[in-house]
Write a protein that binds this ligand. Structure first.
Ligand code: BGC
Length: 455
């Protein structure tokens, strides 16, 4: 019975909400953050845009198998992408040396700067780097660890901005202005914040998953030297790195044998447990493992597996969206299974669709619980009975799945009834947002403005 199931699900998710709240506090704490599974990383972004930012900026967006270089013009009423270029990152390079990776990035950026006739302009650069970094300053950011299939040597523990600058200097044929480094969640929040000033949360559900939000600076105990006077409402954006939730065992009661298998066969076992239950890099593989098990138990495909089905990575996450489509779903399922060398009957098709629905719904609900923790936290921080807020969102899972966004939004409203949440899908968010962070820095009379070369 659906009502009973919904009630049970909500109770389970409320438990996660409680756990996550505890994790957030630990991550922000002065003495506890070193051991925290949810890192709660300070970003040094202390202001969201107010719509008056202007200028020309370069943006670099690295977070997956492609990276993008963009020339962005910000003025009163828009953030316009003047030109952009995608550069592929070959699979070998994702697990090669850091020097190779940064040389490749510097080469693509160089090609872009030259082709755009921007040479000699030393534009400030917003650098979106979508991995967990311990940020020391806006332009100093130490990579804690790689995620999402990257594992380049010599980068963990190093300042990524320095590695980028060194690679540019090795070439010596162009230069850039100051660099502002941001996570993609921060970029997404900032680009939406230009249109809607109540946007103070950024969320990504794509290859990986994560969220950031504006926290009261007085609660960010782990940052020293940023004292807040009594009654002052200063804030700093916190990159939660919620993907790490569960790395201390907090989720063991809800992990399935499929989650354990996905973790065991990943390149970073034991790391980013929550992300592995949610994001695009892993959802397809979870479905594949369920299909294999049910087939071996003779509950699917007449008990006959195929070589493709038994090969890790063959069931792509985008298949889940195709299969769950309301109109063409059955047809798509048939085709996808046939391409995987499987013979299916009508019951098989129905079961496969049910499996996809279960795995994607679980992902949407887990995200909802984590997001509810954030909105409730902002509400309590501000001592409000009711909070109205906006979340900027990006990522293929959220954008492309037929009912993921609806399911997530319904659940978050159920878990955080005192919050009225508006969701905006960000277009080109992480690149534009990095430019916005740079634009805000260039405009504000910040202490370090003299050092920030805004050309
Ligand atoms: C990274 C985050 C990033 C997220 C979404 C995760 O794997 O750790 O920094 O924001 O993916 O791209």
């Amino acid at each position: 019975n659906t009502t009973e199931k919904k009630r049970k699900d909500t109770t389970k998710l409320k438990l996660i909400l409680k756990l996550e709240k505890k994790n957030f506090n630990r991550g922000l704490g002065k003495h506890t953050h070193h051991r925290a599974a949810v890192k709660m990383l300070p970003t040094f972004v202390t202001a969201t845009p107010d719509g008056t930012e202007k200028g020309d900026f370069l943006a670099l967006d690295l977070g997956g198998t492609n990276f993008r270089v963009l020339h962005i013009r910000v003025n009163e009423d828009e953030q316009r992408v003047m030109k952009s270029q995608n550069c592929a990152i070959p699979q070998e390079m994702m697990v090669g040396t850091g020097e190779q990776l940064f040389d490749h990035i510097a080469a693509c950026l160089g090609e872009f700067v030259n082709s755009q006739d921007l040479k000699g302009q030393t534009l400030p650069l917003g650098f979106t780097f979508s991995f967990p970094c311990e940020q020391k300053e806006i332009d100093k950011s130490i990579l804690i660890r790689w995620t999402k299939g990257f594992n380049c040597s010599g980068v963990e523990g190093e300042d990524v901005v320095k590695l980028l600058k060194e690679a540019i200097h090795r070439r010596g044929d162009y230069d850039i202005g100051s660099v502002a480094m941001v996570n993609d969640t921060v970029g997404t929040m900032m680009s939406c914040g230009y249109k809607d000033q109540s946007c103070e949360i950024g969320m990504i559900i794509g290859t990986g998953t994560n969220a950031c939000y504006m926290e009261e600076l007085k609660n960010v105990k782990r940052v020293e030297g940023m004292e807040v006077k009594e009654g002052e409402n200063r804030r700093m954006c916190i990159n939660t790195e919620w993907g790490g939730f569960g790395d201390d065992g907090a989720l063991k009661d809800i992990l399935t044998e499929y989650d354990e298998e996905v973790d065991r066969t990943s390149i970073n076992p034991g790391i980013h447990t929550f992300e592995k239950m949610i994001s695009g890099m892993y959802l397809g593989e979870i479905v594949r493992l369920v299909l294999v098990k049910l087939t071996q138990e003779k509950l699917l495909f007449n008990g006959e597996t195929s070589k493709a089905l038994l090969t890790p990575g063959t069931f792509e996450t985008r298949f889940i969206s195709e299969i769950e489509k309301e109109d063409k779903g059955v047809e798509n399922t048939k085709k996808i299974l046939a391409d995987l060398g499987l013979t299916s009957n009508a019951v098989d098709l129905h079961i496969v669709r049910l499996i996809c629905d279960t795995i994607s719904s679980r992902s949407a609900r887990l995200c909802a619980a984590a997001l509810a923790t954030i909105v409730n936290r902002i509400r309590v921080n501000r001592k409000l009975d009711h909070l109205k807020t906006t979340v900027g969102v990006d990522g293929a899972v959220y954008r492309k799945h037929p009912n993921f966004s609806e399911e997530l939004q319904d659940m978050v409203r159920r878990l955080a009834p005192q919050c009225d949440i508006n969701f905006i899908v960000s277009e080109d968010g992480s690149g534009k947002g990095a430019a916005m962070v740079t634009a805000v820095l260039c405009k504000k009379k910040f202490k370090r403005l003299n050092e920030f070369n805004c050309a």
